[in-house]
Design a protein around this ligand. Structure first.
Ligand code: ADP
Ligand code: ZN
Ligand code: ZN
Length: 768
C-alpha cells in the first residue's frame, strides 16, 4: 500500500466510473478533514454534475493546490463524499498501468479503472465481518467463572504474534457451545475486540505431487542460464520461441521457482481456455511451497474476491490467470517476474473498451514493476518476433527440439479438391478418405484423436439453388449470412438459424422467399462434422466417446474442464471442436489430429489471415506426438499451395515469419508499422458515413507533419452489426510514439471522443 508523504492531502484527482472521457487524468475534488487520509488508488464516492449525483471513482493523484487547474476557483471545487474502506487501495503500479492503458488505448480512465477491479471485489461479494479477540493488558483483578478462565488460559498459551484470534476459532478451541463467555469477557474488560473483513470462499487447485522434476535438456539449460542473471536486474524483455512440447513450461517453472524462493511474487498469464486443471495442478505440483491464486471466469464471484485478496495480501505468491489477471493487486516492490504463455493468442486482446492487449499490458506492468517479462510461444506473434529480431527490444531464446520422449508429428497436407472427388456417392463429405482411415486406425489401436474446425453451427449458407435468383438468407440486423444450428443434439431435424454477430434467431425457411424453390443448406460447421463422425464411427459415438467442444456446448469453464477430464481418463475417444481445443492440451494417447478445413481462417479479409492459419495448423499439429507414437496431423485444404499451410506443414516458423514480415513491410502493415482502427457506428447509414468523413478530415488536419497515413473512411468488412452501420478509418504510423502523439492531440482537442459512436482500437487484432 502506498503511504503519503504529507498527512492529509487537500485535493485529489479522481477518475469517475461514468464513461466521460476527461483526458488525460480525471476531475479535481477537495478532501475535508473529516474524511481522514485518502491515498492513491482509494475507491471513493464523489458528487458529479449539476445534480451532484453520487458516483464511484478512484483516486489517481493526491496533493495540494497544484492539482487545481489554473482557471478553476478553489471555491467551486466540490468535496469528496466518502472513502470505501472495505476495499483496499489499488497498488500504485496498477493505477499507473490504468493511466497508461487509458492513454495508449484511448479509453476513458474511469472506465478502465473500474474494469480492472472485478465486480465481486467492488461489491464485496462473499465478505464477512469476523470478530477478533486478544488479551487486555492489564487484566482486571478477581476470580473468573471456569469457562471464562479456560478462554483466558487458551489465549495466554498463544504467542503474541499469533494473536488476535478469531472468536469463532477460539470458541471451538475451548469447546464452548456458544460465544457468550467470550462476549462476557469483552464486557468485563478481560478481552479486547477488533473486526476484520474476510472473504471465506476458499479455492484450491488440486495438486498431484510431482515425483521429481526432470533434468533440464541442454537447450533448456542454455535458456535458463541466459535468463537467470536478469531475474534480479530490473526490467528486461524475453521471447521464448519453442516448438510445442519443447519444454517451455519447464523453463517457466524453473524461473518462477527462483523468483519465489527469493521472496517475490510471480504473475503467470495463460489464455483463458488453457486454464485447465491440468495447467494449474502442474504449477502447484512443482511449487507446492508457494501458495497460488487463480483468476479466471470459472470461479464464483466470492471465490474471485478471495483470490484477489490473496494476491493483494501476498498470501498467494504465484498468481495464475487469464487476460485480466494482469491487473492482480500484487503490492509494490513484490512482483519479480511476469510470464505470458502462448503470447500470440488472440484471447489476450479485449474486444470492448478498454481494448487492451494483455500481452502488451504485461510488458508495461513489468516495466513499471522493474522486473523481467517472459513471453513464450511455439508460433510467436509477428509483433513479438519483430521486436526480438528486428528491433532488439527483447532477447530471443530458442528451443528447437521437443522434450525427451516426444517425437515430431508427421504433418500431411490433403488436397481436398482431389479427395472430395474420391467418394463413390454424391454426398458432400467433410471428412475425406485419408482422415477417415487414419482415425479408424487410431481407434482400432486404442488411441485418441482431435478434430478441429474453426466454425460453429451446422452450416453457414442458406440460399436459393437457382443462381439466377441469387437469394441468400441474411440477418435482418447485420450484413452477414445466417448460420444453421441444430436445436438439440438428439432432435437432429429441429433446425434454426442464428446470427453469430447479434445472436438473432429465425426459422429455417423451406422455400426461397423470392422464387419459391426449395432452399439449399450448405457450408460447414462443427455440428455437421459431429453428425458425420457419428455416422462413420457409430460404436464410439453411441457410447459417448465423441464430444464436441465449442462455445455452444461449453457454456461455462466447468463444462470445458469436464470434457477434458473425460478425454484425460480415456472415456472420450474423439474431441471435436473449434480452436478451443487447439492449444495447451497435452495428452499422450492422441494419435491423430485432423483439421477439417485449413481454409476457414485463410480467406478472411484481414491482413493477419495467413498468420492465424499458420498458428492454427502448427498449434493443433503439436497436440499429437506426445506419447511414444509420433502421431499424424492431417490437414484438409482446398489451397494446398498456400504459403502459411506449406510452412506449417514443414514446421518452419522462421521461414514463415521472414516471408510474412517482408509482405507486411511491403504493404506498410504491422508489425512494420503501427495501426489504430477507428470504427464509427450509427443506426443511420448516412450519418455514420458523415461522421466518419468529418473525423477523417479532422484527423488529417491534426497530423500537420503528414507522418501518418489516414486510410478511409470505408465501410467495415461487416458493414452493419446489430442495426448499426459501421465505417472504419485506419491510421498507419511509422512508430508507436508518432501514433500516440497524434491520438493524444486529437483527444485533447476534442476531435476524437471515444464512446458509443466512435470506437478506437489501437493495435487491432480483428478487423471485421
Ligand atoms: P511446452 O510448454 O513447450 O509445450 P512442456 O513444458 O509442456 O512443453 O513439455 C512437454 C512435455 O515434456 C511435458 O510432459 C514435460 O513434462 C516434458 N518435459 C519437459 N522438459 C523435459 C525434460 N528436460 N526432460 C524430460 N521431460 C521433459
Ligand atoms: Zn445479426
Ligand atoms: Zn430463389
Amino acid at each position: 500500500m502506498t503511504t503519503q508523504a504529507h498527512p492529509a492531502p487537500q485535493y485529489v484527482r479522481v477518475a469517475v466510473e461514468r464513461g466521460i472521457d476527461r483526458y488525460p487524468d480525471g476531475l479535481t475534488y477537495r478532501v475535508d478533514a473529516a474524511i481522514g487520509a485518502v491515498v492513491l488508488g482509494d475507491h471513493i464516492e464523489v458528487p458529479l454534475g449539476r445534480g451532484d449525483s453520487r458516483v464511484e471513482g478512484v483516486v489517481v493523484a493526491t496533493g495540494g493546490p497544484e492539482l487545481l487547474d489554473r482557471n478553476l476557483d478553489p471555491k467551486n471545487v466540490k468535496a469528496i463524499l466518502g472513502v470505501d474502506r472495505s476495499q483496499r487501495a489499488l497498488p500504485e503500479t496498477v493505477v499507473r498501468l490504468a493511466q497508461w492503458i487509458s492513454s495508449y488505448y484511448c479509453a476513458p480512465l474511469g472506465v478502465t479503472l473500474m474494469s480492472i477491479t472485478p465486480s465481486a471485489v467492488r461489491k464485496g461479494v462473499g465478505s464477512v465481518r469476523r470478530l477478533l479477540v486478544d488479551l487486555a493488558s492489564p487484566q482486571p483483578a478477581g476470580t473468573l467463572h471456569p469457562k471464562r478462565r479456560a478462554v483466558i488460559d487458551t489465549l495466554s498459551e498463544r504467542a503474541p504474534s499469533e494473536r488476535p484470534v478469531d472468536a469463532e476459532e477460539l470458541r471451538e478451541l475451548c469447546g464452548l457451545a456458544t460465544r457468550a463467555p467470550i462476549q462476557a469477557l469483552i464486557k468485563s474488560g478481560h478481552l479486547t475486540a477488533s473486526h476484520r473483513s474476510q472473504v471465506q470462499a476458499r479455492w484450491k487447485a488440486e495438486a498431484t505431487p510431482e515425483a521429481s522434476p526432470p533434468q533440464p535438456t541442454n537447450e533448456q539449460a542454455a535458456v535458463l542460464s541466459a535468463i537467470e542473471p536478469c531475474l534480479a536486474a530490473g526490467f528486461s524483455q524475453h521471447l521464448l520461441f519453442g516448438v510445442t512440447g519443447s519444454g517451455k513450461t519447464e523453463v517457466y517453472l524453473r524461473l518462477a521457482q527462483r523468483v519465489l524462493e527469493s521472496g517475490r511474487s510471480v504473475l503467470f498469464l495463460v489464455p483463458e481456455i488453457a486454464l485447465t486443471p491440468q495447467t494449474c495442478s502442474r504449477i502447484s505440483a512443482r511449487l507446492p511451497m508457494h501458495p497460488m491464486a487463480i483468476l479466471h471466469s470459472g470461479l464464483t464471484q466470492a471465490q474471485r474476491h478471495e483470490q484477489w485478496l490473496a494476491s493483494a495480501q501476498t498470501r498467494a505468491t504465484i498468481v495464475v490467470g487469464a487476460r485480466s489477471a494482469v491487473f492482480a493487486p500484487i503490492p509494490e516492490g513484490v512482483l519479480g517476474l511476469v510470464i505470458v504463455d502462448e503470447e500470440h493468442d488472440s484471447s489476450y486482446k479485449q474486444d470492448q473498451a478498454p481494448r487492451y492487449h494483455g500481452r502488451d499490458v504485461a510488458i508495461r506492468r513489468a516495466q513499471l514493476a522493474k522486473c523481467p517479462v517472459l513471453l513464450g510461444s511455439a508460433t510467436p506473434s509477428l509483433e513479438s518476433w519483430w521486436n526480438a529480431t528486428s528491433r532488439g527490444l527483447s532477447s530471443l531464446h530458442t528451443l528447437k527440439q521437443r522434450a525427451p520422449g516426444l517425437r515430431n508429428p508427421r504433418v500431411e497436407i490433403i488436397d481436398f479438391r482431389v479427395e472430395s472427388r474420391l467418394r463413390p456417392d454424391r454426398r458432400v463429405h467433410l471428412v475425406g478418405p485419408t482422415m477417415e482411415l487414419a482415425l479408424r486406425r487410431a481407434f482400432d489401436d486404442g488411441g485418441q484423436a482431435i478434430v478441429l474446425l474453426n466454425r460453429r453451427g451446422y452450416a453457414n449458407w442458406i440460399a436459393c439453388p437457382d443462381q439466377a435468383c441469387g437469394w441468400m438468407m441474411r440477418c435482418d440486423h447485420c450484413e452477414v449470412g445466417m448460420v444453421v444450428h441444430l436445436r438439440s443434439p438428439e432432435g437432429g431435424a429441429l433446425r434454426t438459424t442464428r446470427c453469430h454477430h447479434c445472436q438473432a434467431q429465425q426459422k429455417v425457411p423451406t422455400r426461397c422467399p423470392r422464387c419459391s424453390k426449395g432452399v439449399s443448406v450448405f457450408g460447414l460447421g462443427t455440428q455437421r462434422v459431429e453428425e458425420e463422425l457419428s455416422r462413420l464411427f457409430p460404436d464410439i459415438a453411441s457410447s459417448g466417446g465423441i464430444v464436441r467442444v465449442d462455445s455452444d456446448t461449453m457454456s461455462t469453464a466447468s463444462d470445458f474442464h469436464r470434457a477434458l477430464g473425460g478425454f484425460a481418463r480415456g472415456e472420450v475417444r474423439l474431441l471435436l471442436g473449434t480452436q478451443m481445443i487447439a492449444k495447451g492440451l497435452d495428452y499422450p494417447n492422441v494419435r491423430v489430429v485432423g483439421v477439417i478445413s485449413a481454409d476457414t481462417a485463410l480467406n478472411l479479409p484481414d491482413f493477419r489471415a495467413s498468420e492465424r492459419t499458420f498458428q492454427l495448423v502448427s498449434q493443433v499439429s503439436g497436440r499429437c506426438g506426445r506419447g511414444d507414437n509420433p502421431g499424424r496431423a492431417i490437414i484438409q485444404t482446398f489451397q494446398p499451395d498456400a504459403a502459411p499451410i506449406l510452412a506449417a506443414a514443414a514446421q518452419n516458423y522462421a521461414r514463415f515469419a521472414k516471408e510474412e514480415c517482408a509482405i507486411r513491410e511491403r504493404y506498410g502493415l504491422p508489425p512494420a508499422t503501427r495501426m489504430a482502427r477507428i470504427v464509427v457506428r450509427h443506426a443511420v447509414r448516412d450519418e455514420a458515413e458523415r461522421v466518419a468523413k468529418r473525423l477523417s478530415a479532422d484527423l488529417t488536419r491534426v497530423d500537420a507533419a503528414r507522418e501518418i497515413e489516414v486510410r478511409g473512411p470505408a465501410p467495415c468488412p461487416i458493414a452493419r452489426i446489430a442495426d448499426r452501420w459501421r465505417f472504419q478509418i485506419e491510421l498507419i504510423a511509422p512508430t508507436a510514439a508518432i501514433l500516440q502523439r497524434m491520438l493524444a492531440a486529437s483527444r485533447s482537442a476534442g476531435i476524437l471522443v471515444p464512446g458509443e459512436t466512435v470506437a478506437v482500437d489501437v493495435d487491432p487484432v480483428a478487423l471485421l
